[in-house]
Write a protein that binds this ligand. Structure first.
Ligand code: NAP
Length: 288
């Protein structure tokens, strides 16, 4: 147990609401494991108070903070600097404070990529990727996969206009004019045979509607690596169906852990204790 004293450093989590966040348990377990005198603190903050809270934090003994819904985009205007990938994604979920300066990062996409590389032994390079959904998580993942050498990225979304907008943004910001394209659900059948990686970034299949599938199971084939970023339940219906077909699969918990692990690395400069972070989240989900 680490004593709180005048040397204690702090890391915040700014968002609203925060009741269901796993990050405080995961990060505090990691700091304890590494014997670091750092405390991770949830701070519920409304839109109108965000600027004042950040200003206060920057004058205190904070080394940084996480940013979550609904502030990932709005936070940018309060920062001194934003790293290149976060700039492309257009959202920040990690801020580091050094010498009073605030620098923003986005570890959601990197967290997914790292979990993908570790979990499957594969990389994004030269892969054809199908992403279902075009919300915040999809934006981070698709932009990261695009800058990491993916061959092409199809974005399929219920609201097709949002998929078109995201695909255009990726093409513009990566300077690879044909890398991303939007796709309607009706077009899935035609392209799936040529897809290497399928990623569900919608909330379909999430508790309590655990029987729902983001894509018809008949469309799955065994050459696909199927990833679901939904982490409650730990193994979604999509992953179960994919395993029946013989696909390699990746659960959402690994993205959750690795986005936190990348944040830990940014704040502390140390290698994160991955196993401790996994165990902390698995404990929380299994008791839900
Ligand atoms: P978001 O910005 O609200 O986006 C939600 C996406 O899901 C949109 O594309 C939306 O389509 C689609 N969608 C929702 N319900 C749908 C339905 N019934 N049928 C078809 N499409 C539907 O949310 P987000 O922040 O990207 O998060 C999405 C999911 O990822 C959540 O379950 C979240 O818990 C999970 N997540 C996991 C991690 C992790 O670390 N594993 C990280 C972030 C998020 P429309 O545009 O048509 O509304």
């Amino acid at each position: 147990m680490i004593a709180i004293n005048t040397e204690t450093r702090m890391i915040g989590l700014l968002g609203y609401p925060l009741k269901h966040s796993y990050s405080p348990s995961m990060q505090n377990a990691a700091f304890r494991k590494m014997g670091l005198n750092i405390i991770y603190m949830p701070i519920e903050v409304s839109e109108e108070n965000l600027g004042d809270v950040i200003k206060g934090i920057s004058k205190m003994n904070f080394d940084g903070f996480n940013v979550t819904i609904p502030h990932k985009v709005n936070v940018i205007k309060y920062l001194d600097e934003v790293d290149e990938l976060a700039e492309k994604i257009g959202a920040v979920n990690v801020v580091a404070i050094q010498g009073g300066r605030l620098k923003g990062y986005n570890t959601d996409g990197q967290g997914f990529l790292k979990s993908f590389e570790v979990g499957t032994g594969e990389s994004a390079e030269n892969k054809s990727i199908l992403i279902i959904g075009s919300g915040g998580a999809s934006r981070a993942i698709s932009m990261t996969m695009a800058v990491s050498g993916a061959k092409n990225i199809y974005i399929c979304n219920r609201t097709i206009e949002k998929a078109v907008e995201l695909a255009e943004d990726i093409n513009k910001k990566t300077g690879r004019s044909q890398i991303a394209s939007a796709l309607k659900y009706s077009g899935l059948k035609e392209i799936l045979a040529g897809i290497d990686i399928l990623i569900n970034t919608t909330s379909i299949g999430m508790h309590p509607d655990t029987d729902a599938l983001p894509i018809e199971k008949e469309l799955l084939h065994k050459e696909l690596i199927v990833c679901d970023i939904v982490y409650n339940p730990l193994k979604t219906k999509l992953l179960k169906e994919a395993q029946k077909v013989g696909c390699q699969t990746l659960t959402g918990i690994s993205m959750l852990v690795y986005q936190g692990a990348e944040a830990f690395r940014i704040w502390t400069g140390q290698a994160p204790p991955i196993e401790t972070m996994f165990a902390s989240i698995e404990r929380l989900i299994s008791t839900k």
